[in-house]
Design a binder for this molecule. Sequence first.
Ligand code: NAD
Ligand code: 6OH
Length: 484
Amino acid sequence: MKLIRNYIDGKFVPGTREFADVNPADGSVIAQVGEADRNLVDTAVHAARTALRGEWGRLTVRERAVRLHKVADAIEAKFDCFVAAEVADTGKPISLASRLDVPRAAANFRAFADLIKTAGLESFSTETPDGKNALNYAVRKPLGVVGIITPWNLPLLLLTWKVAPALACGNTVVVKPSEETPATATLLAEAMQEAGIPAGVYNVVHGFGANSAGEFLAQHPDVNAVTFTGESQTGAAIMKTVASSVKPVSFELGGKNAAIIFADCDFDDAVHGVSEAVFLNTGQVCLCAERVYVQRPIFDRFVEALRRKAENLRIGSPLEKLTELGPLISAQHREKVLSYYRLAREEGAQTVTGGGVPKFGNALDNGFYVQPSIYTGLPELARCVKEEIFGPVCHVAPFDAEEEAVHMANDTKYGLAASIWTTNLKRGHRVAQQMNVGITWVNCWFLRDLRTPFGGVGFSGIGREGGMHSLNFYSELNNICIRL
Ligand code: NAD
Ligand code: 6OH
């Protein structure tokens, strides 16, 4: 059986215990994973700290950028290995991993390599009391050792979204990928070696959250900052863990995102876009829409068109090129999603489609599949309308007036993303500007430009990453004031 190892100080090391890496498409064990105990996490943090003072710390910005481009080259050279590993770990369709996850991983390194070379900083000419001048300018320094804790839904994409800017700013990192999807973080270590990233700059520790590698990393006194993507409750736990050492945190957390569809939308475009927003990656994207609000004149037609989309999605083996919908990540997560399917009915919803588990008559029946599901008829206070489900499911509700849609969309403790579908651009701007979220799309969804601010409000996160926002999180500014 294959062993997925930790990567510490440039070496692949087994753990002190092992746990199973399960393929969600058929429940088979694909590898054992070496779990890092507190000592191994400590060794990784120590290696990362030591590497700050070595060759890595002496590279110029331009030299760092060249190495990061080499990491992207190495990812592209191993494209098929990364895709295969990501598909086996997550069960996502091979077409999705090939067009989204792996290309984005390479793009993350290229984007931040290019940005750090051109990023400027403010300077101010300041009048002194004696009528002369002082010059203020800031210099950018690495934070030091950054702890990076990531989830299972877009494992490599979300890991590299943080590793790339952290390295671009000159930090060293210790990453703790999700226990559900450990493979690509270790594979990335091979790419780092090939790209000439010095030992200790990129370290991987495998394990779980509480009382395991995740918590040991967040607690470690020599970790200078923690960046985390995952559930809001986990964010709260990590915040508690780091509070006593006053570490900066960046949190990209959960969502209960709304899509608002106006009667004047381009109907087919909106149906297609909302279907993607609900079902992509089996609904396991933090940006997915689980609340769909449709203006009354097109409500019935829209629900019917979305139903047809859901029923025509090709569910099946992630390895089939044409598969559009894979399984959920785990048996436990499937139980959670199915419990919401049951709850929706208990709360009085009408099932438009789905609500159960598909049958294949082959090994996929041992996988963690659910049917894509659409519900209507719930009151806005229903738990299924308020709580993040993180599956291929949405509730569709009608609205009459624009203000009503804005109110319902904003009536949530989350605030990650929203999408608005209208051909009236004035309305698009007006509604978008009223959304209490970090990211609003008009007539599109998950259209990403890596320079833009990314993050959420309320339970959806703290801070923004992306472009200069990432550089500002992953560096400390030292302002220098010189009396001239
Ligand atoms: P999760 O919070 O369960 O786990 C994420 C990571 O945190 C894992 O590596 C886990 O081992 C670790 N962890 C868990 N408890 C910990 C602790 N006490 N201390 C330190 N580390 C700990 O999240 P998940 O189930 O892997 O991912 C799904 C969730 O992530 C959803 O809520 C989704 O909305 C959210 N998410 C948000 C974004 C975003 O950008 N806002 C992106 C992707 C996923
Ligand atoms: C959440 O599941 C998806 C997050 C996406 C990004 O962070 C990104 O940079 O595209």
